[in-house]
Design a protein around this ligand. Structure first.
Ligand code: NAP
Length: 476
């Protein structure tokens, strides 16, 4: 654990208040590191550095910015196993999941290296006056980035790379449970050529006050947040005072629908990915399974067999598929969802009880006959539990799938393409996985509707979240 201090203006600092907090390995419950906790004075120092760095960075050509991002991609790619190990240590996820995250995180640098040169505007003629309408994109300003613990690397790079491509500087507040990966990324960015002050990292235990202070500094123009809907709402309120540009990637409650005409083998593989990628600790995790009655037995027994075959253990071990949950609270919340569903009539096919001993382990679990009033139908489980219900009518399953305040991602399995597309279009979700259990891709616009968020990350849209358009009305 080489880097445990605040990273401000290209240097490592103890917090102004001198406080530190512990980061725990969720597999062993041992302390991994003691990390400096940022104070308001540190935030002010980071803001000064970000202001100075951005003044110079925004003047660099898009190609020059892109080449530094490309270099960051290459350096990151060369060190994937090191980052994966650190991700496993602080978050718990198994090696394969951690390698997957590290590779995904690196890809944002490659994608936005390519996008940096594509902030295309427009020139056209006003229909009535004949004046020229010129539209160009400019960097929006200093961005405050707040990220969750479930993807300690990727949720950071998904924001840092587009911000830098756009010409902005950033201050990132990583989750207190997993700050080490983001701190470890800083020497790599420095080596890639990112100038001091452009990216600053402020772990903190005074999160609310620190972020609120930064959102009230007139130099800040963007707040980009990934986390729970409840904290997202607070940040939107706080951002309203200065009318900041918000990008909000919030909670989900993903339905996964298996129609009677699905390829069941493909549906089980997709369900395993949608449920067990990151052991269910993902906003995109399938939370509610709706399986047509005619194929329910076949699908459920195959899914239970696949879930039961997964090996649980310390994610650093070679053959482990499922690591621990991030902390005791998350594990206990998962256990409470299962107990509640059982009390209301659900049947357990696999798993269903926390694993005793050190570490926050919960086994892969499959529940069937889950009633509509179970808590896990309305709330995010955020753990390795598949909750299965059945349906017979297409209209009914669309209604049930849409019956939530969330709208991040839905999954549909059907071999009838016409029907599948008709269903996709009726689902009130920002993303749909059609015959696939994975939608995340740096080249695609990731994001939700309703209370799952505002704005998009990745794709072309991801960079525009850090830019403002300027329209010039001209005559010549
Ligand atoms: P969280 O509790 O909302 O925390 C996320 C981040 O917000 C952390 O850095 C946290 O800092 C910070 N935070 C907490 N209170 C704050 C406050 N009052 N003001 C400003 N920042 C504050 O969420 P989480 O438990 O880490 O992550 C799980 C949630 O994230 C789930 O709901 C999941 O669906 C969502 N998520 C969404 C996406 C997406 O793309 N839509 C992706 C991943 C996760 P501390 O750690 O210091 O408390």
């Amino acid at each position: 654990m080489e880097h445990t201090n605040l990273f401000i203006d290209g240097g490592w600092h103890d917090g102004a208040g001198g406080e530190r907090f512990d980061v725990i390995n969720p597999a062993t419950e041992e302390t991994l590191a003691s990390v400096a906790s940022a104070d308001i004075a540190d935030a002010d120092r980071a803001l000064d550095a970000a202001e100075a760095a951005m003044a110079e960075w925004r003047e660099r050509t898009p190609r020059a910015r892109g080449e530094i991002l490309r270099k960051a991609f290459e350096l990151f790619t060369a060190r994937l196993p090191d980052f994966a190990r650190l991700i496993t240590l602080e978050n718990g996820k198994a090696r394969a999941d951690a390698m997957g995250e590290a590779a995904y995180a690196a890809e944002f640098f490659r994608w936005f290296a390519e996008e940096a040169v594509r902030a295309n505007g427009l020139i056209t003629q006003a229909p009535a006056s004949g004046a020229r309408i010129i539209v160009q994109y400019k960097p929006a300003g200093i961005a405050v980035l707040v990220t969750p613990w479930n993807y300690p690397a990727a949720m950071g790079t998904r924001k840092i790379a587009p911000a830098l491509a756009a010409g902005c500087s950033v201050i990132i507040k990583p989750a207190s449970a997993t700050p080490l990966t983001m701190l470890a990324l800083m020497p790599l960015l420095e080596e890639a050529g990112v100038p001091p002050g452009l990216v600053n990292v402020l772990p903190s235990k005074k999160t609310g006050a620190l972020v609120d202070h930064m959102l009230h500094d007139p130099r800040v123009r963007v707040v980009s947040f990934t986390g729970s809907t409840s904290i997202g709402r607070k940040l939107l309120l706080s951002a309203a005072d200065q009318v900041l540009k918000p990008a909000m990637e919030l909670g989900g409650n993903a339905p996964l629908i298996v129609f009677e005409d699905a390829d069941i083998g493909k549906a089980v593989d997709g369900a395993m990915l949608a449920k067990m990628r990151n052991l269910g600790e993902a906003c995109t995790a399938a939370n509610r399974f709706y399986v047509h009655k005619d194929v329910a037995e076949d699908f459920t027994s195959r899914l239970a067999a696949a879930m039961g075959a997964l090996k649980v253990g310390n994610g650093l071990e070679e053959d482990v598929d499922v690591g621990p949950l991030v902390n005791a609270d998350t594990r206990d919340k998962v256990a409470a969802f299962v107990d509640d569903a059982m009390a209301k009539g659900a049947r357990i096919l696999v798993g269903g009880k926390p694993i005793e001993g050190k570490g926050f382990f919960y086994p892969p679990t499959v529940m069937t006959d889950v009633p509509e009033n179970a808590d896990c139908v309305t709330d995010e489980i955020f753990g390795p539990v598949a909750a299965i219900q059945t349906f017979t009518d297409q209209e009914d399953v669309i209604r049930r799938a849409n019956d939530t305040e969330y709208g991040l991602v839905a999954y549909v399995f059907s071999e009838d393409f016409k029907r599948a597309m008709q269903v996709c279009e009726r689902l009130d979700y920002g993303m749909v996985g059609l015959n696939r259990g994975l939608v995340s891709d740096p080249a695609a616009p990731f994001g939700g509707v309703k209370q799952s968020g505002l704005g998009r990350e990745g794709g072309h849209e991801g960079m525009l979240e850090f830019m403002e358009s300027q329209y010039i009305s001209a005559e010549w």
